[in-house]
Design a protein around this ligand. Structure first.
Ligand code: SF4
Length: 258
């Protein structure tokens, strides 16, 4: 429905941003952008943050892929941040390489400070299953925190209808922990909209999605889901954990059911 806003035009060159909006201004901006199209939100983000803007994508779900496609039509200078925990599916690795041959955007692969072997030595073999919050902290959250020191804002593909924890996702908000603004251009878009976008624009999606996976993260803690199951039911299946801790709710880290 929003695609009519886009037309063929040259890509933007990004400079350093001017004055960066503070938390209060972002709260106002979140209200102002409520109901805006993803394109309008992306344009605002590029205009506001210039080359200090990044896009976080896991190359797992179609949301991140839709955003990569959209931002690539605005500029080829926004860096994609992706976290390689060491437990990423081989299929996701291969897909990422294929995608980055198509989209000429800078890619920064974020890695944990500890190798898997070092983690096992320090915390034990079963940390993933016994202390998954700590594992996610070491392998996902800390690498993103470190990377965001170089940016003023990051974009993510999360949507409100994905989980109860994401239901109040703002289009843009200030995240003190990261010292950066978080922008969710798809916050109020539906799953159908995302699927229509990738189909209409020929956007590649992770091949695991055709094998019953609907939310794809680390291989040891991701399983395919049945058609009547929740989209994220295959993540950390069997334990009270639904979020890795990258996304906060009301200023607090949330990893399980609220
Ligand atoms: S999803 Fe599992 S393996 Fe991946 S970082 Fe979190 S706990 Fe570790």
């Amino acid at each position: 429905m929003f695609e009519a806003l886009r037309s063929e035009r040259s890509l933007r060159t990004l400079g350093r941003p001017g004055a960066i909006p503070g938390p209060w201004e972002l709260a106002w901006q979140a209200e102002h952008l409520e109901g805006a199209s993803p394109w309008e939100i992306l344009e605002w983000a590029v205009e506001t943050y210039g080359n200090r803007l990044a896009l976080s994508a896991s190359f797992g779900g179609p949301e991140g892929m839709a955003l990569i496609d959209m931002i690539s039509k605005i500029t080829d200078e926004v860096t994609i941040l992706t976290i390689d925990t060491g437990f990423v599916f081989k299929a996701t690795h291969e897909f990422r390489e294929e995608v980055m041959r198509r989209y000429r955007l800078p890619l920064e692969v974020l890695r944990p400070k500890l190798s898997i072997e070092e983690q096992v030595e320090r915390y034990g073999e079963r940390m993933r299953t016994c202390s998954p919050d700590l594992c996610c902290q070491v392998r996902k959250v800390e690498p993103l925190e470190r990377a965001l020191k170089d940016y003023d804002a990051w974009m993510t593909g999360i949507r409100r209808e994905q989980t109860p924890q994401r239901a109040n996702t703002k289009v843009v908000t200030w995240e003190e922990r990261y010292g950066a603004a978080k922008i969710a251009p798809l916050a109020f878009m539906t799953e159908e909209w995302v699927h229509e976008y990738v189909a209409e624009h020929g956007v590649p999606v992770n091949p695991l999605l055709e094998r019953g996976y609907r939310s794809i993260g680390c291989e040891p803690q991701t399983r395919p889901v049945a058609p009547d199951e929740d989209t994220r039911a295959g993540r950390w299946s069997g334990i009270e954990k639904t979020e890795c801790g990258l996304h906060w709710v009301d200023g607090k880290i949330v990893r399980g059911n609220a």
